[in-house]
Design a protein around this ligand. Structure first.
Ligand code: SF4
Length: 256
């Protein structure tokens, strides 16, 4: 079956990426901000607060917010963040430039997230993921933060396990993040129809690789960003070209 063959290739590519040694992750294109976000041992709250900010603006801009606030308050420590009132956060997010499109609600979410880290995790955000939690428990803990929905919660769990090598007891609940690249690639690979909903893509990935549906996330994202562009896909360079049903705009591969 073609879907099985394609999923098998995506899973294989995902396994390679998952098992690769830990590398520095570029979240924002600002080196100092990325250093802070990569320091999940020393400043784990920066990663969590960036997740909370990641909605309705470009991710690169959202993930800069904890770093930009740390510059304004003179320290990236959790202690410094925990001393901020909601009004002060709003002020830092508003002036001189607006750090988010929706400053009012996002400053509230940031304030509540800091409070949650303080109260539930004794000021140490790494307690969210230490101790080999199950993937469902980890996703659930992110969902407990106001402003974080299933998409960001599973993305956070995926980054923690894949990029930061945080061990979990299972990976069943780490879904694929059905962004525009992933949806386009799923459609061109014939896995889902072009007009498939986010939910259809998520459930199809679950059906293809229930043990770890999110494993296919990064390969699809890379294929979409590098070769499978919205117009004129560069099929000749794509590592799915020998089995993709729409390679070179229409050529098909036979069903197995
Ligand atoms: S072979 Fe072409 S159409 Fe198929 S996934 Fe790769 S770039 Fe997209």
């Amino acid at each position: 079956m073609r879907n099985g063959r394609i999923a098998g290739r995506l899973v294989e590519l995902g396994q390679d990426l998952f098992q690769a040694p830990k590398q520095f992750v570029e979240f924002t294109k600002v080196r100092e901000a990325d250093v802070l976000l990569n320091d999940i041992g020393g400043h784990p709250h920066a990663f969590v607060l960036a997740c909370v900010m990641d909605r309705q603006i470009k991710a690169e801009r959202a993930w800069l917010i904890p770093y930009k606030i740390s510059l304004k308050i003179g320290s990236p420590s959790f202690d410094a963040f925990s001393r901020l009132s909601q009004e002060e956060i709003k002020d830092h997010m508003s002036r001189p430039e607006s750090l988010h499109r929706f400053v009012e609600i996002m400053s509230k979410y940031l304030f509540l997230a800091i409070g949650r880290i303080q109260d539930q995790y004794q000021g140490d955000a790494s307690r969210i993921w230490v101790g080999n939690p199950s993937s469902a428990e980890l996703v659930y803990r992110f969902l407990e933060f106001e402003g974080i929905g299933p998409k960001i919660a599973t993305m956070a769990a995926n980054i923690l396990s894949r990029e930061f090598k945080i061990p979990l007891s299972d990976y069943f609940s780490i879904d694929i993040s059905a962004d525009v690249h992933v949806r386009r690639v799923f459609a061109r690979l014939g896995i889902c129809p072009e007009d498939a909903s986010v939910e259809q893509v998520i459930y199809k990935a679950r059906s293809l690789h229930p043990e770890f549906p999110g494993l296919m996330d990064l390969p699809c994202w890379e294929i979409g960003r590098q070769w499978c562009k919205p117009h004129n896909p560069e099929c000749g360079a794509c590592y799915m070209k020998d089995i993709c049903p729409t390679v070179n705009k229409g050529a098909t591969v036979p069903e197995e």
